[in-house]
Design a protein around this ligand. Structure first.
Ligand SMILES: [Zn+2]
Length: 273
């Protein structure tokens, strides 16, 4: 599933392709949304924003297209009036004279007014976005220490979009590693240094992933590994997907476990209990 960084990259790509230009065609696959086609055509998009794993396409006429890709949704950017070869189902097509942004397979698409953003079932429930530029380490630290959250296991907390939004399964393992925190802990079990590490890590690892298209590993290590001929799959992460491989910090073999039905990876030496 794409996580916050991937959705923010997709939002950037959609904005580059179709924002600030009058639309010449827009079509929705869902019948209940088709009345909006006539309302949105010829309008302009002023921004495309991500909120965790959701996206908002914002129109100058106060309307917004909300979409959540869940597991399968995928955006394609094409030349206007051209379509990719895919077996996926086209759910939303937006064309300007030059470019098209096409959303395939997503099942959660809606059109909402600016006022409805604050009461939207997903948008009103999500916690602060780790990729929001205004977010500070102090704010995230307070979140970990908040009574609503600090007795909950980190493995479930870090996937809970109501706690912080934008984190997902690979970021969960990577943030715990950066903070040197064993996956079985709760915030209340952590030292102040570890809480600090989690707060800094949640922001820094997510932002780096956004800026590097998915690389969470230390960038000096990445440069060395690239020089040695390692593939992207090998150098991309500190621990995620690396079970049985040596930790880049200490050489200990990375372990894999299942937590909350999802894979988690950690170094038993760097993330001691
Ligand atoms: Zn290690």
């Amino acid at each position: 599933m794409p996580e916050g960084p991937e959705i923010k990259q997709a939002a950037d790509a959609v904005a580059r392709a179709i924002a600030h230009t009058p639309l010449i065609h827009i079509s929705f696959a869902f019948e209940r949304l088709q009345p909006y086609e006539a309302i949105l055509v010829n309008e302009q998009i002023w921004a495309v924003q991500s909120k965790g794993k959701a996206m908002l396409i914002r129109f100058q006429n106060q309307l917004n297209i909300y979409s959540h890709n869940q597991l399968y949704g995928k955006w394609y950017i094409q030349k206007a009036n051209s379509y990719p070869t895919t077996n996926r189902q086209l759910r939303l097509a937006i064309h300007t004279p030059k470019k098209a942004a096409l959303l395939y397979s997503a099942s959660e698409i809606d059109v909402i007014t600016n006022e409805q953003i604050t009461s939207h079932p997903f948008l009103s429930r999500v916690g602060p976005d780790v990729l929001d530029d205004a977010m500070t380490v102090d704010q995230v630290r307070d979140r970990f220490l908040d009574k609503r959250f600090y007795r909950r296991g980190l493995v479930s907390l870090l996937l809970d979009q109501g706690f912080l939004c934008g984190l997902g399964n690979y970021l969960r393992s990577e943030v715990l590693f950066v903070a040197r925190v064993h996956p079985s802990l709760r915030p209340i079990d952590c030292t102040p240094e570890q809480i600090d590490g989690l707060a800094k890590g949640a922001i820094a690892v997510s932002r780096q992933s956004y800026l590097t298209k998915g690389i969470t590993n230390n960038l000096d290590t990445v440069a060395q590994l690239k020089q040695q001929g390692f593939s992207r799959q090998q150098y991309r992460f500190y621990v995620f997907n690396r079970d049985g491989r040596p930790c880049y910090s200490c050489g200990t073999a990375i372990l894999k476990e299942i937590a909350g039905g999802r894979r988690i990876y950690y170094c038993p030496h760097c993330q001691k209990l």
